[in-house]
Design a protein around this ligand. Structure first.
Ligand code: GLP
Length: 258
């Protein structure tokens, strides 16, 4: 695991974008795994800048969202499909018809489960995710894999934790409007991506980051699966990194071989 601690949130966006761009193939259509939330916004802005400077091109890329709420009406502005159209497709020039989002519109568990299986199949069809961009929940969740999620889980329906609904209530009028369920890529699905790039800023994430990076590998902290992946990059600001105990080593290692 590579841990990069940056002095400013802007630098977090730049370093994370560099880690994403370095892992994209140039001999086939790149496949990006996309996270919602405020954490990756600076990274998306930097990818947009790379496009405008001619250093990147997402016009033939595929995007696959980590998760989607169940039960929001189609076109709801807080549905992750709409969020990613606004925050990623427009910013980096990823064609909307190449943006894939789990289907949260099923009315029964069977319909939602069939949609989740089809989603896994679509990821396989394009050759798998090259780089999965991730944020982290304050409770250590990845995507919407709440504490207790199986470490080998695949895309499926999950109940949202009370903490997650409270955290996400800011996007809705009232807490009752926050959906209770979601369809999320599983931890096993996330682990299949060839590189994982997780972005976290702010002290509210410090506990989750320390537990994910330095605690035991456990379903109680879903983000601890990052330790299991052979190519994980964590890009943090000082506040998110403040509880890491092995910090000096990360800083030394980030200097490279020079
Ligand atoms: C939601 C998303 C996660 C994201 C998390 C953190 O719960 N499903 O993928 O990591 O929010 O959001 P933020 O970056 O805004 O703190």
């Amino acid at each position: 695991m590579e841990i990069i601690v940056c002095p400013t949130p802007e630098e977090v966006g730049r370093r994370a974008a560099d880690s994403v761009l370095a892992a994209l193939p140039d001999d086939r259509d790149p496949v990006l795994g996309l996270a919602t939330g405020s954490s990756p916004l600076g990274l998306y802005r930097e990818l947009g800048r790379a496009v405008s400077e001619g250093r990147a091109d997402f016009s033939s890329a595929y995007g696959f969202a980590l998760d989607e709420y169940v039960g929001l009406p189609p076109g709801h502005p807080q549905g992750y499909h709409q969020v990613l159209l606004r925050e990623v497709s427009e910013t980096v020039g990823l064609p909307p018809d190449r943006l894939n989002v789990p289907d949260g519109s099923g009315r029964t568990l069977a319909e939602l489960t069939a949609g989740a299986r089809a989603y896994e199949e679509r990821i396989r069809t394009v050759g798998g995710v090259d780089v999965q961009i991730l944020g982290i929940g304050a409770n250590g969740h990845l995507g919407f894999n709440e504490p207790g999620s199986a470490l080998t889980s695949r895309t499926r329906v999950k109940r949202l934790a009370a903490r997650t609904r409270t955290d996400n209530a800011r996007f809705f009028e009232t807490i009752e409007d926050v959906p209770t369920h979601c369809v999320t890529q599983g931890l096993g699905t996330i682990l299949d991506a060839r590189r994982l790039v997780l972005v976290a800023t702010g002290s509210a994430k410090a506990h989750a980051i320390a537990a994910a990076a330095e605690g035991p590998l456990t379903a109680s902290v879903p983000a601890s699966i990052l330790q299991w992946h052979a190519d994980t990059v964590l890009v943090l600001d000082e506040d998110a990194a403040q509880l890491l105990t092995n910090r000096q080593y990360y800083d030394d290692a980030a200097e490279g071989l020079g």
